[in-house]
Design a protein around this ligand. Structure first.
Ligand code: KPL
Length: 293
């Protein structure tokens, strides 16, 4: 199969490398249009990937992007004849408002706990995790060959007929961890030394009330326990949100706690704890950079 991978982060590099190691034809589209740079995977193999050649239509597209880049990316790829005809696998943190109308019917979601980090030309596959794949539109069948190839390349890949539930669960976990790492400016594991029990409980309660209005049954106690398990499993990691703050990049807070607040407002619910952390992270994000002189 011919795969076209968009995104310049560690996750897109990891899946591109793993697919190529399974003898798949992988092309990479960079934001600037320049050829992708070679990198070293796990300090052992040099990975050189082909640049996207528009004359070669892909069979599958994978876009591992920031949530705030998704809509612009969709506009950009619309010009290709394959746009509505092949699976578009999307991976991003959080949720977009009105996704049902924004995402094309051939969209699939990839949710993963695989941990990968880039340091210059090195790409490290840090934590062996799991992946789940499902269609944006629930009645879509599972593209069997695509799933089998992904599962051989970066196992395990599980098909979920209702991927939205998994996405909401990941949304909850990210809302309960990421902004707190910015609040306390610490790695995930160090959160356990801070008074996070009460805010996490409140975040979970507000989240569960929203989910209930939307027809999903979650237990706040289970969400808090899930978040605690993720904190322990990723204790040495710096969250993606804190990493963005440190690199003076925009965070995904608008698509995490910000999304929860907006959804609550539409339904007449209040989410003061999500709002507090949304505003806090926005304030940190907009803080002027200290000049180095
Ligand atoms: O997904 C994550 C993130 O950093 O965005 C967690 C689970 C918090 C791991 O760092």
């Amino acid at each position: 199969m011919r795969w076209l991978v968009y995104g310049e982060g560690a996750l897109s590099g990891l899946i591109a490398a793993k697919l190529q190691q399974q003898h798949q034809h992988v092309m990479v589209a960079t934001r600037s249009g320049t050829p992708p740079q070679a990198f070293i995977l796990n300090q052992e193999s040099t990975i050189e990937l082909d640049a996207f050649d528009p004359a070669q239509a892909p069979d599958v597209v994978i876009a591992a992007l920031k949530a705030y880049d998704i809509e612009a990316w969709l506009e950009q790829v619309q010009e290709h004849s394959w746009y509505r005809h092949i699976p578009l696998i999307l991976s991003y943190n959080g949720m977009l408002v009105a996704e049902e109308s924004v995402l094309p019917a051939n969209s699939f979601h990839w949710v993963t706990t695989q941990g990968a980090f880039r340091h210059g030309a090195q790409l490290n596959h840090a934590g062996q995790g799991e992946s789940w794949l499902g269609a944006q539109q629930r009645d879509r069948a599972c593209p069997a060959e695509m799933l089998a190839t992904l599962n051989r390349s970066l196992p395990p890949f599980e098909w979920l007929p209702n991927i939205q539930l998994k996405r909401w669960q990941k949304l909850a976990i990210n809302c309960l961890i990421n902004p707190l790492t910015v609040l306390y400016n610490c790695n995930n594991g160090e959160l356990l030394n801070h008074p996070i029990a009460e805010p996490q409980q409140q975040l979970a309660n507000e989240f569960v009330a929203l989910a209930k209005q939307l027809g999903m049954q979650w237990s706040a106690a289970e969400l808090v326990a899930d978040a605690q398990r993720v904190i322990q499993a990723t204790a040495n990691n710096r969250s993606s949100m804190l990493s963005d703050i440190i690199r003076h990049r925009r965070t995904e807070i608008d698509y995490l706690n910000g999304f929860v607040v907006q959804q609550c407002e539409q339904l007449g619910l209040s989410a003061p704890t999500h709002r507090w952390l949304w505003e806090h992270v926005k304030a940190v994000e907009n803080r002027p950079q200290l000049s180095s002189s």
